[in-house]
Design a protein around this ligand. Structure first.
Ligand code: ADP
Ligand code: MG
Length: 663
């Protein structure tokens, strides 16, 4: 490693500024790539319209005249002969250039064209003519560094004799006719043409994605090779349980059950993501998995992100498995200390078969007798690295993650690249699509009328209060203001409940229970109800200030209704951005919506997932470079499978195996 101190002209100040950008070694600096380029090319005047940006060079025809408005403002004018035209040039605040802008001097100007007056208002001027195409790299600089400064430093770094390791195995270098990595790096910092630049960038992107996917694949193989529990389960018993359910499973649900059955009865360890749109019926699939695991004599743990959801799943499981002699327990932060101690004991000695709870399930004090299956619901809520710390007696449990946020293809490949994925794409039979409409705030009367329409038919309504980021106080005010409004409109006829983040979990639970029992007809809430809540009789969702939410979040909220064969409705109230919200009125397809959301918001904090450092790319863009990603995925799979043993570069392999083990 060579520190950047070696570079000529780097002082203490630049050094500390660079280190803020994460640049400490010369190699870091060389791999600090431009995020875009300015293509400086002589404009073709015939192609330009009035007001267009123009880049043109020529000879100064007249001596400049400078007019000083005051000490801070001056205007310089002269005529520029470009060979085919003579332009009247004006430029502000460059009076100090007066002596250099002499007749006969060659200059290049960048500015705005005014066709009729043959005039250009210039924003930038430089001396000399345009040679050919000039592509100027633009770096993401902050912390007091300028683009020019970075270019200079990188130029000095390029003069050092530095070797940057190329991670692309030789046979792939040959296959794609890739060039030397240092040449790519030079090209990226000093483009010679748009074409070579693109080639160089693609090679560097490929390398980055290849390594990323190789790590993912390695992780996946590593997990798959771990010996799992090979269960002996009588499939007829499972079928019997399925046949006794109060409804018929959809074919997608059955498919998922089959895959899980295979996983659980093979000696390969299950590491599966079950994804399906809101309301598609993932819970029952999880319960069947739990049942299979129970039949083979192991304990199961179902972890959910909220207490409300834990209670709901617990009730659900108790109800569906009541004909079997299974010991089911609930453990949340709310469980009384005395009960907790008993639960801990029973988990340890194996008296509990199934435990449902929040992350309380995996605190250090909890020990399992023979935990065979761990399921996390609403997986995206937990973040990538928050995988459970299992205190377990020597068994590697099978793992099933559930997520209601369908993941766009690119994300599925990367974020969940180490898992198998099963999807439920169809909704249960008889479901009607939720009808979604947009309303402006001033149309509130229509909204109230629509609400009344549902309420008088004994159905229930959710009302979501405007969300204001990071301001609990304002949030509360919104909830209570809304409550007042609703009381005025409906207070005499219907019961209204309020749910918000500042309530204790007891209070929340009580309100939720009342809503489930239809003792409350209108539930006003902040987004705390977003996750997983299931009240089939609720047929309308009204969301205030809906423009403040992401598309996926809105889709999740909307998924709280339409959970029976009753026609349901969603009203999005918003005074802004109706174009974006329109997507929701046009489709109920969560996969489509998350693709749109992905496009609109980019890779960043989508789904509220905190990305690990390993997801940060220096040149590739998961969204735009999908095709390169696919190639890199295929190639890295081949590479990891070891088909090309003689190419297994030790350094590459070390890099891959040292990848933070997520397990
Ligand atoms: P999600 O996938 O959003 O977690 P749930 O598992 O909560 O959805 O299921 C939503 C509702 O649909 C529940 O009330 C559940 O009992 C019901 N359900 C699930 N599968 C079916 C099915 N095949 N037929 C009818 N109703 C179903
Ligand atoms: Mg669910």
């Amino acid at each position: 490693m060579s520190s950047i101190e070696q570079i000529k002209g780097i002082g203490i100040k630049s050094k500390s500024l660079l280190s803020k950008l994460g640049i400490n070694e010369i190699a870091d600096l060389l791999q600090f790539y431009p995020f875009r380029y300015d293509d400086i090319k002589r404009s073709d005047i015939n192609e330009l319209n009035d007001g267009d940006k123009i880049i043109i060079d020529g000879v100064i025809e007249t001596n400049p005249s400078v007019y000083y408005f005051n000490r801070k403002l001056d205007k310089t004018s002269f005529k520029l002969n470009t060979g085919s035209n003579i332009f009247n040039i004006t430029i502000f605040n460059r009076g100090f250039l007066k002596n250099q802008l002499k007749i006969g001097t060659n200059v290049t100007v960048i500015g705005k064209l005014e066709r009729k007056k043959s005039a250009i208002t210039v924003s930038d001027i430089s001396f000399g003519l345009i040679e050919k195409e000039k592509i100027e790299p633009i770096y993401h600089v902050t912390y007091g560094l300028t683009n020019k400064h970075i270019i200079k430093l990188i130029d000095s770094a390029l003069k050092e004799d530095i070797d940057i390791f190329n991670y692309i195995p030789t046979y792939l270098m040959d296959k794609y006719k890739f060039i030397d990595k240092m040449d790519c790096i030079k090209e990226v910092h000093h483009p010679t043409s748009m074409q070579s630049l693109k080639k160089a960038r693609n090679q560097l992107k490929y390398e980055e994605l290849f390594m990323f996917m190789a790590k993912m694949n390695y992780l996946k193989q590593n997990k798959a090779n771990k010996i799992g529990l090979k269960r002996k389960v009588d499939y007829d018993k499972v079928l019997n349980m399925i046949n006794n359910l109060p409804f018929k499973l959809t074919s997608d649900q059955l498919k998922c059950v089959d895959r899980i059955f295979e996983d659980l009865t093979s000696d390969k360890r299950m590491n599966r993501l079950l994804q399906g749109d809101v309301g598609s019926g993932k819970t029952i699939v999880a319960i069947i998995a739990i049942f299979i695991n129970y039949l083979s004599g192991y304990q199961s743990a179902l972890m959910v992100p909220t207490e409300i959801l834990a209670n709901q799943h617990y009730d659900n499981i108790v109800n569906l498995l009541k004909d079997y002699n299974i010991n089911i327990a609930l453990l949340t932060g709310k469980t009384k200390a005395k009960d907790k101690r008993k639960i801990y004991e029973d988990l340890k000695n194996g008296d509990i078969d199934i435990i449902v709870g929040t992350h309380a399930l995996f605190t250090d004090t909890v020990q399992y007798h023979n935990l065979g299956l761990v399921i996390t619901d609403e997986q995206h809520r937990f973040g990538v690295n928050q995988r459970a710390n299992l205190k377990n007696k020597g068994i590697t449990p099978d793992i099933l993650y559930m997520s209601a946020t369908p993941i766009p293809r690119t994300y599925a490949l990367t974020l969940y690249g180490d898992m198998d994925i099963s999807s439920i794409k169809t909704q249960p039979h008889g479901r009607k699509e939720v009808i979604t409409t947009l309303k402006k705030e001033k149309e509130i009367k229509d909204v109230l009328e629509s609400m009344y329409e549902q309420l008088k038919n004994n159905h229930q309504v959710y009302v979501i209060a405007p969300l204001i980021e990071e301001s609990d106080k304002v949030d509360l005010k919104n909830v209570f203001e809304l409550e007042e409004k609703m009381q005025k409109a409906f207070g005499k006829l219907f019961k209204i409940g309020v749910l918000h983040g500042k309530m204790t979990s007891d209070e929340k639970e009580e309100v939720m229970q009342k809503f489930k029992n239809n003792e409350i007809q209108i539930l006003i809430s902040t987004t705390v109800i977003e996750v997983g809540v299931d009240v089939a009789n609720a047929t309308m969702m009204v969301i205030f200030d809906s423009f403040r939410f992401g598309l996926s979040a809105l889709h999740q909220l909307r998924g709280r209704v339409g959970r029976s064969n009753l026609q349901s409705y969603c009203i999005l109230i918003s005074n802004y951005e109706t174009e974006r919200l329109k997507i929701l009125t046009e489709t109920n397809d969560g996969f489509k919506i998350s693709e749109e959301d992905f496009l609109l918001r980019g890779g960043g904090d989508l789904f509220g997932i905190k990305q690990s450092g390993d997801m940060v790319m220096s040149i590739a863009d998961l969204k735009k470079d999908y095709n390169i990603l696919l190639k890199a995925k295929e190639d890295s799979e081949e590479f990891i499978r070891g088909t090309f043993d003689n190419f297994h570069d030790e350094k590459v392999m070390n890099y891959i195996t040292n990848f933070t083990n997520l397990d």
